[in-house]
Each structure stands twice: as C-alpha cells, then as structure tokens.
Design a protein. Structure first.
Length: 100
C-alpha cells in the first residue's frame, strides 16, 4: 500500500462510486443522491462514515495508474472500458500514489 495519506471518500466520490457499482439502482437525479446512504446500509450493513473510511483505505490497495496527460501517478477506483485494446479508467475515486 502506498504511503500517501489515507482519507475517507467525499460525498461526490461516494455517489459516483456507488452509482458505478449499482447503475440500475442509483440515478443521476436528486432521488439517486438521496438513495445512496440507504443503499450502502442495505448492501453492506454499515453506515456511510464507515463505508467512506473503508473505501478510502481500499483505494490505496488499487494498482497505480499514470495519467497520459500529466504523468502523475494515482491509485484509482472507477469504471473501466476497453478502447482499441487499451484500458480506459474513469476514476470515481483517486488518491495520489507516493513511492516509498
């Protein structure tokens, strides 16, 4: 795991990640935003703060990806698609990776 500072998810990161995980259950409107906390408890039986802390730690276990634009290195969680044989990740959660 990277030695970067571990931090919990923000509200937006939580919403985007849960929407990726459960696209048929979380919409992009206000009703979807309001449903996130209930869905987290229903699926994982933990409160939102515990979920945010857990995923904030888990993202640091994700592989490090480099940005082709900036060259920066981050641990990322998000949606993954293949485009012309290349993996493209749209990060819902990213944390800076630091070398040891």
């Amino acid at each position: 795991m990277s030695k970067a500072t571990i931090k919990p998810l923000t509200d937006l990161e939580r919403f985007e990640l849960v929407q990726i995980m459960y696209p048929d259950e979380i919409t992009e409107d206000d009703a979807g935003w309001d449903a996130v906390e209930g869905l987290i408890y229903e699926k994982f039986n933990i409160d939102v703060e515990d979920f945010d802390n857990l995923v904030g730690r888990l993202v640091m276990c994700a592989p490090v990806m480099g940005s082709p634009l900036t060259g920066s290195q981050h641990h990322v969680l998000g949606s993954v698609t293949l485009v012309e044989g290349r993996q493209v990740v749209v990060a819902a959660v990213k944390r800076e990776a630091q070398s040891e």
